[in-house]
Design a binder for this molecule. Structure first.
Ligand code: MRU
Length: 377
């Protein structure tokens, strides 16, 4: 079915610009980002010379996705330290840039702790800045390693739950190399299935209102030569009803202690559909996304975004709708409900895949045990 709409990835050009990189030109260190608001139309670099510029890049979603926010936050602290700005002030601003993805705070705090420890021991700001940068590089490298492990664990889980035959996987939002030091979370599992010859089709939800699925996941699927098909978010129901979905794979921005999973708005309806249609619903996330300090789903701070992202469209050459100045899609003054994330309760989550292995069934006790495990190969 839907073969007329299906598109096997034809655009296999490698991406020129990594999602994030630290550079040290003669003018001084900078953090270089691939501006994700401009994809897929163009690959444009965004150069941040200080933490406020990075905060703005985070808010505008030029840099986004939970693991990458952690990496960016850590480099942001290093940037402030190396350039001699107030590190505590920069850390506070970075942590507060977006509220839902816990990885942002984790990354910021790791770099800040390294900076503070060396400053207290040596009193040397240059040594402390070097320690913050080393911590950021470690956060970056750890994420690449975690990504590879999650892909292996996720593929093994799919083989166990759905042995033999091609897999039709539905995913929401973007969770590939654009959000990671490696190949991502949920997308990395689909990519591993593709490389093993098991992926029959990747169903890509467009992911309203900012189109992370259409603009970013389709872009990554095409570059990896995966068979993928784009659908509007509200077409998912009929796709399930037609028996065309074997598994749902999503990432996560924060997993509460009870196993509630916050992810891009539209994930929860997919979990409800998956349960009704007896399809596994799997969240893939590094252990840093599990937040023991957030007891349950109701305690997760859900970011509310500007209504104009819903009420206005922007011309096609500007990929991401920005608040104000777009083409009206609703009468002037229309109020919009625009949460960026929703929460799926643990009882609807078949499994959580991490670099330390798989949690299934998803319970508070299993998550406590997970955090004490060492990563499994
Ligand atoms: O608003 P975004 O684009 O930052 O939202 C990203 C998501 O919801 C992803 O699915 C999530 O960060 C997990 S990606 C590993």
């Amino acid at each position: 079915m839907a073969d007329q709409q299906a598109r096997t990835g034809g655009d296999k050009r490698p991406r020129r610009i990594p999602a994030i990189r630290w550079e040290e030109p003669p003018e001084g260190p900078v953090l270089v980002l691939l501006d994700q608001t401009r994809l897929p139309a163009e690959e444009v670099e965004l150069v941040c010379t200080d933490a406020p510029a990075l905060v703005e890049a985070i808010r505008s979603l030029a840099v986004r996705g939970a693991p990458l926010l952690g990496i960016a936050g850590a480099y942001g602290v290093a940037l402030a330290a190396v350039r001699g700005f107030d590190v505590a002030e920069a850390a506070g601003a970075l942590e507060g840039a977006r509220p839902t993805a816990v990885n942002l705070s984790v990354g910021v705090r790791r770099a800040q702790a390294a900076h503070r420890a060396v400053l207290a021991r040596t009193g040397d700001p240059a040594a402390a800045a070097a320690a913050a940068l080393a911590a950021a590089r470690t956060v970056h490298a750890d994420d690449a390693e975690a990504s590879a492990r999650m892909a292996a664990h996720g593929l093994a889980l799919l083989d166990e739950l759905l042995p033999g035959g091609g897999l039709r996987i539905l995913t929401h939002c973007n969770s590939g190399s654009l959000v990671s030091g490696g190949e991502g979370t949920a997308f990395a599992v689909a990519l591993a299935a593709h490389r093993k010859g098991r992926l029959q089709r990747l169903w890509v939800d467009e992911t309203r209102p900012l189109l992370q699925g259409a603009r970013l996941t389709a872009y990554e699927a095409a570059r990896n030569g995966m068979a993928y098909t784009l659908l509007t978010d509200n077409a998912a129901g009929s796709l399930f009803a037609a028996g065309e979905v074997d598994a749902v794979l999503i990432g996560a921005d924060r997993i509460a202690a009870d196993g509630s999973v916050a992810n891009k708005v539209g994930s929860y309806p997919l979990a409800v559909l998956a349960r009704y249609h007896h399809v596994p619903f799997i969240a893939v996330a590094p252990v840093t996304t599990v937040d023991p300090d957030t007891p349950d789903g109701a305690s997760i701070d859900i970011e509310q975004r500007p209504g104009a992202e819903v009420t206005e469209a922007t011309p096609p050459q500007v990929s991401t709708p920005r608040a104000g100045g777009g083409i009206p899609m609703a009468p002037l003054g229309t109020q919009a409900y625009n949460p960026a994330f929703d929460v799926t309760p643990p009882e609807l989550v078949t499994a959580i895949v991490t670099e330390k292995g798989v949690v299934s069934p998803v319970t508070a006790e299993a998550l406590v045990q997970l955090r004490t495990r060492s990563p499994q190969v």
